[in-house]
Ligand binder design. Structure first.
Ligand code: ADP
Ligand code: MG
Length: 586
């Protein structure tokens, strides 16, 4: 489950490094030209040699490189310009490969592993280990795990150089490594040990162990140092705390077998182009590189040799790859140097696609998926509406009304009405909007009107409405005035009746008559509201029941209440009550 989060498409970077001349060596003629954008190395074939190639008219050859390092170039400079950028990519999660290619004695091992004499002679492998562990220590944002492996391929056989038993006295004693290909055509190296290194010292000890096994395995018989390929691999995995994603990356540091060739003897003139590799696997490496450089080549013959199988991803695959062409520029090796440069030019055409190697940690993934399932269950329950059968509260409805109103008023075409994953709310919103759409209300029209003429007509309607309401208010004021007048009248009448009662020294018939009369008067609206406006009113405002003619003979609530208040508040109410009792007895 590797996810390609990022991809870098790049051609293989090719550098040249010229080895210092030996004491008794005769210098070949070459020059370095720092042209833009890429520097070039021009090799001139000496007269005496060129004369030997009858059909070869060319005398000088020019090759382009990413950078050309002269005889004086030190190991730290080589590391900084060539290896450090690759190490940085590997730390970021990409695969990387650096391989040295050149004839035996041109400085491949010196460049990749280093010289044993001086500390400053240490090569790319120890410097890269030092740099990587330094960087890992500085980065506390991730958890890193580092392993190393060291493989030697000799004569199509793989050997594990990190066998810790120290029992090997010849190459055959080392554990044999074989290639396995899975159904996805991924290469697996069976029997190659991956040793964990938690710090620089542990990693250097492993490198030393591997180099010791490499030397022990070498006998004058097998010429291992020139005929074998050695691949030192740093495996890094990183994970952010709490994340389920793990990044894996590999850095191959490759010391290839010597690239020397044998000339076809007897056929003059084509020595420089048709010499064959002594090492068969380098011949297959060249076949792979030619195939990769050709457009529309679907089959790349990686499987022809173990070395090309192991470096499959480094060539035309998922890797940031760098090649160092090591050159021994003495007169006798000019032809080999030209071969090496030719090979380098082909390699420079190859495009690789390095992808970020990420995969998911299954246990952490389970935790994350469980949480996601819970969230989804909850969401599903909301959508199907099953556990939410209760009605929306009044408060919720009001909130929704407000939301709808703001939504409708918002001129922004991107505005949205978000009520969450609650089916009841969604349904209510639709119902409410439908209501608004169908309502012939001024406010509703106003919201939906776009036409200015429509706007005007709705303004007119609003004006009419205002006038109506003003009229209604006036009428209510009049009603109240009439009621107050009425009450005053009633009070006065009652007072008059009482004083009359007192004057006629309490005649029961008279009292009863008077009371009933005053009652009747109050019950009759036609008599109460003799004023013209009052009449208009009662007909125009049917909502006032006590003013309606339809109340019939019954005393209205207002009148009755007023009468009760009057009776209770009257100064002589007790006397009247006493008199009433007295009269009843009589
Ligand atoms: P290769 O691995 O390509 O056969 P080596 O790396 O073994 O070649 O180099 C051959 C000899 O030349 C070694 O003794 C090595 O120390 C020396 N040598 C190679 N390159 C350099 C260099 N750039 N500076 C100093 N000495 C070098
Ligand atoms: Mg070597």
């Amino acid at each position: 489950a590797a996810a390609a989060a990022a991809m870098v498409k790049e051609t293989i970077r090719v550098y040249a490094r010229v080895k210092p001349l030996g004491r008794r060596q005769q210098a070949g003629s070459y020059s370095v030209d720092d042209e833009e954008p890429l520097p070039s190395l021009e090799i001139t074939v000496p007269r005496d040699l060129a004369d030997g190639f009858i059909n070869n008219k060319r005398e000088s050859y020019k090759f382009k490189f990413q950078k050309i390092f002269g005889q004086e170039a030190k190991q730290d400079v080589i590391f900084d310009s060539i290896a450090k950028p690759v190490a940085e990519c590997v730390l970021a999660g990409y695969n990387g490969t650096i391989f040295a290619y050149g004839q035996t004695g041109s400085g491949k091992t010196f460049t990749i592993t280093g010289g044993a004499e001086r500390y400053s002679d240490r090569g790319i492998i120890p410097r890269t280990l030092s740099y990587i562990f330094d960087q890992l220590q500085k980065d506390s944002s991730k958890v890193y795990t580092t392993h190393v492996s060291y493989l030697e391929i000799y004569n199509e056989c793989g050997y594990d150089l990190l066998d810790p038993r120290h029992e090997a006295s010849k190459m055959e004693d080392l554990p044999k490594v074989t290639i396995m290909e899975d159904s996805d055509q991924n290469i697996h190296l069976k029997n190659l040990s991956l040793q964990q290194a938690t710090n620089e010292e542990e990693a250097l000890n492993l490198l030393f162990l591997g180099d010791t096994n490499r030397m022990i395995a070498e006998t004058p018989m097998n010429q291992a140092s020139s005929r074998s390929h050695c691949i030192f691999t740093i495996h890094i995995s990183s994970k952010e705390p709490g994340s389920a994603t793990i990044r894996h990356s590999k850095l191959h540091l490759v010391d290839l077998a010597g690239s020397e060739r044998v000339a076809k003897t007897g056929i003059g003139g084509h020595l420089l182009t048709e010499a064959r590799y002594i090492n068969l696997s380098l011949h297959y490496l060249e076949q792979v590189i030619i195939a990769l450089a050709e457009k529309n080549r679907s089959h790349i013959p990686y499987r022809n040799s173990m070395m090309t199988s192991v470096l499959r991803d480094s060539l035309g695959g998922n890797c940031m790859t760098t090649m160092i062409a090591t050159l021994a520029m003495d007169k006798r090796n000019i032809d080999e140097s030209i071969s090496t440069c030719r090979f380098a030019q082909r390699v420079a055409l190859i495009k690789n696609e390095a992808v970020l190697n990420e995969e998911i940690d299954p246990t952490l993934m389970i935790v994350q998926l469980k949480k996601e399932i819970q969230d989804l269950k909850y969401e599903l329950a909301l959508v199907t509406g099953k556990p939410r059968t209760s009605e929306l509260s009044q408060e919720e409805l009001l909130q929704l009304d407000e939301l709808i109103e703001t939504f409708l008023k918002d001129d922004d075409p991107d505005s949205s009405l978000d009520v969450g994953a609650d089916m009841r709310k969604i349904k209510y919103c639709f119902a409410h909007m439908k209501q608004i759409m169908n309502r012939p209300m001024t406010s509703g029209k106003k919201l939906l009107s776009q036409d200015p003429s429509e706007e005007k007509s709705s303004n007119k309607e609003a004006g009419e409405e205002l006038e109506k309401l003003k009229g209604l208010l006036q009428q209510r004021d009049n009603e109240i005035n009439i009621l107050v007048t009425m009450l005053k009248k009633e009070k006065k009448k009652a007072r008059d009746a009482l004083s009359q009662l007192n004057a006629t020294s309490a005649g029961s018939t008279v009292l009863e008559q008077s009371l009933s009369m005053s009652l009747e008067e109050s019950q009759s609206p036609s008599r109460c509201f003799s004023l013209k406006e009052a009449k208009d009113f009662s007909s125009s405002v049917p909502r006032l029941p006590f003013l309606s003619r339809e109340t019939g003979g019954k005393m209205s609530l207002g009148c009755q209440e007023a009468f009760e208040v009057f009776k209770r508040d009257h100064a002589d109410s007790i006397t009247i009550e006493d008199n009433k009792q007295l009269l009843k007895q009589r």
